[in-house]
Design a protein around this ligand. Structure first.
Ligand code: TXA
Ligand code: MG
Length: 326
């Protein structure tokens, strides 16, 4: 009998099996260029409900719907404004998510009851093949249990969901989730992501960054109000300018694990350092795997990077993971 779960290579047979599972309303994890997604038929409310239950995700935090071609969008979005076309022409397939008015057929389960739906076309051959093979748009959050770091390898998915069917596409290219933008009268960045704000502003100069909501405020992007990416121990984030304070904290906490850009690694005892990379892109690619590094009880000391380009996204994720910011 064919295997129904576990990590599998994305052969033609495996893709057919995964597509059949999706058609039956079962969840399937798949690689994208950002992070692994936990996919379900976006037009099947019961299948989507399973994904929320599996993740332990709050029902008011809507999902991104993944498409393989623009024709599929017709079943999902009501309007396709010129700015959407401009951005999609430039960045699709790729790590850009557009929030647009939804069609009635999109279940409330997907959108958290909002009148809008988030859509993107991923730039990963396995993701695109799976969507094409099944012929259905896939609602897919990152394939981690709610609150945990997003998975950048199939093994991370299996850590959070043992036995789940995972198509293995190797480590993901960006390691950070897609950039989420809402279009309309005032285009806004709802979540910084793998495409930097600066690149989007070259095409849509009026694009502004949405402020993160305060406690009790209604969030424009519901996902932004939850603590996220949390490792299983305290995480102290030091801003790029606070290297001396971080060195002191490392001396005072000899069991602490240090995560820092490659350039600062020599400041800390080598046995305790996980170097994150030289560029913001490299740091972004390695960040979530590093947050999953196991070392019981000890705090994680993390050195931030400048908030430019993908550095803005890295700092957003770290701030949401941090238990203390210095
Ligand atoms: O790169 C990615 O975007 C990955 C891969 C799998 O595609 N997916 C991902 O999904 O990060 P998730 O569920 O972890 O994050 C979805 C984000 C959340 O911040 C959510 O609040 C926001 O998108 N979102 C979804 N629908 C929305 C809507 N209608 N309005 C505003 N924000 C929305
Ligand atoms: Mg997520």
């Amino acid at each position: 009998m064919a295997r129904r779960g576990g990590i599998v290579r994305p052969t033609a047979a495996a893709l057919r099996g995964a597509a059949a599972a999706l058609t039956r309303g079962e969840p399937v994890a798949f690689p994208t260029e950002t992070v692994y997604g936990l996919g379900a038929n976006a037009l099947d409310a019961a299948a989507v409900a399973r994904v929320f239950a599996l993740k332990g995700r709050p029902g008011d935090n809507p999902l991104i719907v993944h498409v393989s071609d623009r024709g599929m969008l017709r079943r999902l979005v009501r309007v396709w404004p010129p700015a959407a076309r401009l951005l999609a022409d430039a960045f699709w397939p790729g790590p850009l998510t557009l929030v647009l008015p939804k069609r009635r057929g999109v279940p409330d389960a997907v959108t958290g009851g909002l009148g809008t739906v988030a859509v993107r076309m991923p730039a990963h051959p396995v993701a695109l093949a799976l969507i094409r093979q099944s012929g259905i748009p896939l609602a897919a959050p990152s394939a981690n249990r709610s609150g945990r770091p997003s998975p950048t390898t199939a093994a991370h998915v299996a850590q959070d969901f043992p036995g789940l069917l995972v198509l293995d596409g190797g480590p993901t290219e960006h390691g950070l989730e897609s950039t989420v933008v809402v279009l309309g009268e005032r285009p806004r960045l709802l979540r910084p992501g793998a495409i930097p704000l600066e690149a989007l502003r070259r095409l849509v100069p009026s694009l502004t960054a949405a402020r993160r909501p305060r406690e009790g405020e209604i969030a424009e992007s519901p996902g932004m109000k939850y603590r996220h990416y949390a490792p299983d121990r305290p995480l102290w984030l030091f801003r790029a300018s606070r290297l001396p304070e971080m060195e002191e904290a490392a001396r005072e906490n000899p069991a602490a694990l240090v995560l820092c850009p490659a350039g600062a690694a020599s400041r800390f005892p080598a046995a305790r350092v996980v170097p994150l990379g030289r560029t913001a892109e490299e740091v972004g690619r390695n960040l979530f795997a590093a947050l999953r590094t196991r070392r019981r009880g000890s705090p994680l000391l993390v050195l931030g990077i400048p908030r430019r380009g993908v550095g803005r996204t890295v700092m957003d994720r770290l701030e949401r993971a941090a238990t203390r910011i210095v």
